[in-house]
Each structure stands twice: as C-alpha cells, then as structure tokens.
Ligand binder design. Structure first.
Ligand code: ZN
Length: 272
C-alpha cells in the first residue's frame, strides 16, 4: 500500500510540474474545482495569440498609467533638456516608434494586446497620408503622439528659421490632428545643435528625447552591454518589419524581467 501511495504521489507531482507553466482553465466538475477554476481564470495571461499566428507577450501595468511618476528634468541655460535615458530604480524601459513611413495593419493590435503604450514620434509628411491611422493609436491604444519634424531633414547646422518651421510646423499639425500639443521632440537621426534646442524650446517642447537602444530587423541592439537595463529608451520605426521588431522588444523585456511603461509618465510636466 505504501509503495503504491508513493507512486501516486510522485505521478501527481509530475503532472503538477508539467502543468504549472500553462495557465489553462480546469474543468468545473465539483464545487472545489470550480473555486480553483475561478482563481485560475482571474490570473492575467502572460501572453495571448497575436496577428499571423504570433504570440504576444502581455504586460500588466505596475501602476496606473497616465499618473506622473517623475518630472521632466529642468531646462538648462534656458534650453530644453536632452534626455537619453530615464533615471529609475524600477525595472522599467520605454519604447518609442518613429516616422510613420509604413502603416502596418497589425501595429494597433500589437500595442493593445501587449498592454504597452509606446510613444510615437511622427513626421507630418507621413501622418498626412492617412491621419486616421495614427489617430487610432492615441484613441484605442492610448499611445502619446510627439514631434519628429515636418519633413525629416537633418537639422544640424541649419538656420533658426528653417529649424523652427520644421519643428513648430510639425507640432502645430499634430496638435490639430490629435487635439493635444506634443510635449516631447526627437530630431531626425538624433542630429541636433544649440539652434535645434532653441527652436524646440520656443515651440513649447519640454524635452529633446534621444535613445539608448534600437530594434532593427527583429533584433534588439544595444549601445552598451548585451541587454536592456532599467531606464533604457528604445527606438524602433513604423516599417514593414513592425511585427518582428515589436515582438523582439516585448520578448526581450519578458526574458529580462522588464516592463515597458509610458515615457510621458517619467517626463511629466506636473509634479508626481
Ligand atoms: Zn526618424
């Protein structure tokens, strides 16, 4: 009897271990298992089916998004600050998506299902092609829209009037489309000079945002080290590889215990 009991216990242990990673609802055949099933189904999924047979990692919000977590750094010499990474002791990273050249039909679904709120730095010349496509990110995924100039020129070395027209004109256009004045500016190619900062400041921006990592062709690339670390700002683009790029970023976050949170919450214009 004892021998059989041990065998059964061992078999149960194996089943329990084998089932552990699968958050599958169990059949409700009795009151006891019904209670268990209820507890199981209320556990949020860590991944859900995505477009084209993909699996989308899901991130729970570690705080109420839209709540200021840190104030934007102070201006320097009357010019807006240049932000390369976010100072945080929490396991948070930030995803930014630039330009808008390719309107990938799966982009919105990926943002919504993953529970992330990317920050979008958009050019007027791309948004005008189909404003509703980009407005949907704000309305349905609560992604914030920010500025990246009207025509994506290299601003460095250009005159004040030219730079201001590119930067303010883009902000005015995005405000007209979204109903919200963008607060963050990213210069094309990351290229900027003192004139850029002067123009962006005069256009009302609160920070010039750079990046510390990027995603290209489905591969996360780092400026230093071999993985993302808390506070990293990641750059990707609206490209044909949007699904591969976005999933590569999400999977990297999952693998390293990081959560993508809204950049705006850590560059807030109001005190937390
Ligand atoms: Zn760009």
């Amino acid at each position: 009897m004892r021998r059989i009991g041990v065998a059964v216990a061992a078999a149960l242990a194996v089943v329990t271990v084998a089932c552990a990673p699968e958050p599958v609802a169990r059949p409700t055949t009795s009151a006891a298992t019904a209670t268990t099933a209820t507890a199981t189904t209320t556990t949020p999924p860590t991944a859900v089916p995505g477009p084209g047979g993909t699996t989308v990692p899901v991130f729970q919000h570690p705080y109420e998004y839209g709540t200021p977590q840190a104030k934007v750094p102070a201006s320097q010499d009357g010019l807006l600050p240049v932000v390369r990474r976010i100072q945080t002791d929490k396991p948070y990273v930030f995803i930014t998506i630039d330009d808008g050249a390719v309107r990938h039909p799966a982009a919105l679904e990926l943002m919504k299902k993953s529970g992330t709120r990317p920050s979008l730095f958009l050019n007027t010349k791309h948004v005008v092609e189909q404003p509703a496509f980009f407005k949907a990110f704000q309305d349905d995924a609560k992604a914030a829209v920010h500025s990246h100039t009207a025509n994506h020129p290299n601003l460095m070395g250009k005159g004040y009037a030219f730079q201001k027209q590119e930067i303010c004109g883009n902000a005015d256009y995005l405000q007209q489309q979204t109903g919200v004045r963008p607060t963050l500016f990213r210069p094309p190619f990351g290229n900027h000079d003192a004139t850029t900062r002067k123009a962006a400041t005069d256009c009302g921006f609160k920070a010039l945002v750079m990046w510390t990592a990027a995603v290209n062709d489905g591969v996360v690339q780092f400026q230093a080290g071999a993985k993302l670390v808390p506070g990293d700002i990641v750059l990707m683009h609206f490209r044909h590889t949007f699904v591969e790029d976005f999933l590569a970023f999400l999977e990297h976050c999952k693998a390293h215990g990081l959560t993508p949170v809204p950049l705006e919450d850590f560059l807030s214009t109001t005190q937390p």
